[in-house]
Design a protein. Structure first.
Length: 210
């Protein structure tokens, strides 16, 4: 534990029980509850946000679909993807939702830069891109001034299931991953990427602690 949050490294866990655990944590927390960050990956699953439109699932494949309560449209989670869920008291941190999104994006770009990859932002489209292809997706829910859900970063995964959806609601949006982009002298280890991302989140969000 540090001054800002507890980190829980959960390994590979099913989506729905993890989502329900985030809801419980947020519902039961009070002003003294220490913030948490959960680092994990999920087995293959499509998740569809509150405003998600069913037509963004282009075809049925052997991947379950969960309708969840985060913002955004449909995305894919699977092995080889680093996921960080941020269970933060935004009011206590004096942090607005838009600023939290900005800092998560900046932390992701800083993490990619350590592998020689130049991440970029697209106006009006949350997440991080490399050369027009999406590499990180972002979706949050804020309830009672506290956040849950978070960020997924494609590291070394099977990207094929993305072809069955309009990623984040954008038809034909290409997706990419760190393994295919990183400089050859910087081997990509998923666990190491997760730790680098945690460090960058600490640098970017931790500095905004109230």
């Amino acid at each position: 534990m540090n001054d800002h949050w507890v980190v829980r490294r959960l390994g590979r866990v099913e989506y729905e029980p993890t989502w329900r655990a985030m809801q419980r944590f947020t519902a039961e927390r009070d002003g003294q509850t220490v913030d948490e960050i959960w680092l994990l990956e999920h087995p293959p699953v499509f998740t569809q946000g509150l405003a998600g439109r069913p037509e963004h699932l282009l075809r049925e494949i052997a991947v379950p679909l969960v309708r969840t309560d985060r913002g955004g449209q449909i995305t894919y989670h699977g092995p080889g993807q680093v996921i960080v869920y941020l269970l933060l008291d935004l009011a206590r941190r004096r942090l607005k939702v838009r600023e939290l999104v900005r800092q998560i994006e900046r932390a992701s770009i800083a993490t990619l830069a350590t592998y020689g990859v130049a991440g970029e932002l697209h106006a009006g489209a949350p997440g991080v891109y490399v050369g027009g292809a999406k590499i990180a997706s972002l979706g949050l829910r804020v309830k009672g001034g506290c956040s849950y859900h978070g960020l997924s970063l494609n590291v070394a995964m099977d990207l094929a299931p993305f072809a069955a959806i309009n990623p984040c609601g954008y038809p034909g949006l290409p997706v990419t991953q760190l393994r295919d982009l990183a400089a050859s002298d910087a081997p990509v280890d998923q666990a190491a990427v997760g730790e680098r991302l945690l460090l960058q989140l600490q640098n970017h969000i931790g500095s905004h602690h109230g």
